[in-house]
Design a protein around this ligand. Structure first.
Ligand code: AMP
Ligand code: ZN
Ligand code: FE
Ligand code: FE
Length: 292
């Protein structure tokens, strides 16, 4: 069983359509794939139909932009009812923040002599509800300003670079509660990736587990081997599910090929058991796993 629980499609900043993502997952020899676009469930229906047709198990999910003690935390949410009002409300606020950040970042680029319009970005983001820096990066590539997304982040868009602008993120603890109340399960994505080494610490993760956090993503490309072993030990101590995933973005992110990290079948089974319990404890109609 090869299980990959963190991937992106064109519903956010991946480069494959949801159907293309599911087809690529089959081609990569996966048995289970989760679609986890940033802050939206928009890819679920198309991916679900493709999964049924192609005979692979699809877990509907999303990666929610949250903040905890001033730091950005990406929260993977599997199988929640995305229309549960408190969750839908936070997602709407995050998406509004994404939308208003685009012109603000373009304004900064203009100050640095780069002519790029909202239409250029719209062409790159192709109707996603969750426009992000990767779409601005793609527009900069099309305009010939940079060679690829990596160069765009390094030169202009990364945190602290000239065109960087902050945006709204949902409060982490409330969002964990909303996901659980919506009948889903919450897993912190790449908890110690990208400058967040050692944070959130074990005591913080224990407190988050108390309020309903189901797991942490241990095997992720942002974690080196010692980091993975420390996180695996923490998951074991606390009884958190330990997942592993690619964070695939199509051709938008190198070294994140589908299945480059996978989740152990026992851990996946525990996660799905927790999801069943959350769904049973909520009064929501949850999406359920499709295909397979
Ligand atoms: P945003 O959602 O607008 O804050 O942009 C963050 C997204 O950009 C995440 O999905 C990252 O995967 C992606 N990202 C961050 N750094 C890079 C990079 N150097 N190259 C490509 N994608 C990146
Ligand atoms: Zn992304
Ligand atoms: Fe992430
Ligand atoms: Fe991701």
């Amino acid at each position: 069983m090869r299980i990959d629980l963190h991937t992106h499609s064109r519903a956010s900043d991946g480069t494959d359509t949801p159907t293309g993502l599911v087809r690529a997952a089959v081609d990569a020899g996966l048995d289970v794939v989760a679609i986890t676009d940033h802050d939206t469930a928009d890819g679920w229906a198309e991916a679900g139909a493709a999964a049924v047709e192609l005979g692979i198990e699809l877990v509907p999910g999303m990666e929610i932009s949250t903040i905890h003690r001033g730091r950005s935390v990406h929260l993977l949410a599997y199988l929640p009812d995305p229309t549960y009002p408190p969750l839908a409300g936070e997602l709407a606020r995050v998406l509004t923040g994404r939308g208003s950040r685009v012109p603000a970042m373009l304004e900064q680029l203009h100050r640095h002599g780069i002519e790029i319009t909202e239409d250029d970005v719209r062409r790159a983001s192709d109707g996603t509800a969750a426009p992000g820096r990767p779409h601005i990066a793609d527009a900069l590539v099309t305009l010939g300003v940079v060679a690829d997304r990596t160069e765009a982040f390094n030169d202009y868009l990364g945190a602290g670079k000239v065109a960087y602008v902050d945006r709204y993120a949902a409060p982490l603890e409330a969002t964990i509660r909303h996901v659980t109340d919506a009948g889903g399960v919450a897993v912190i994505a790449h908890p110690w990736g990208r400058g967040g080494l050692g944070r959130p610490d074990e005591a913080t993760l224990a407190a988050l587990h108390e309020i309903g956090l189901a797991g942490i993503e241990v095997d992720h490309q942002d974690h080196d081997p010692p980091t993975r072993e420390r996180l695996r030990a923490i998951a074991r101590n606390l009884g958190l599910v330990a997942t592993g995933s690619s964070d695939y973005h199509g051709v938008g992110k190198t070294d994140h090929e589908l299945g480059c990290n996978t989740t152990a079948p026992e851990e996946y089974a525990r996660l799905m058991e927790l999801a069943r319990a959350a769904a049973a404890g909520s009064d929501r109609v949850t999406p359920g796993v499709v295909g397979g």
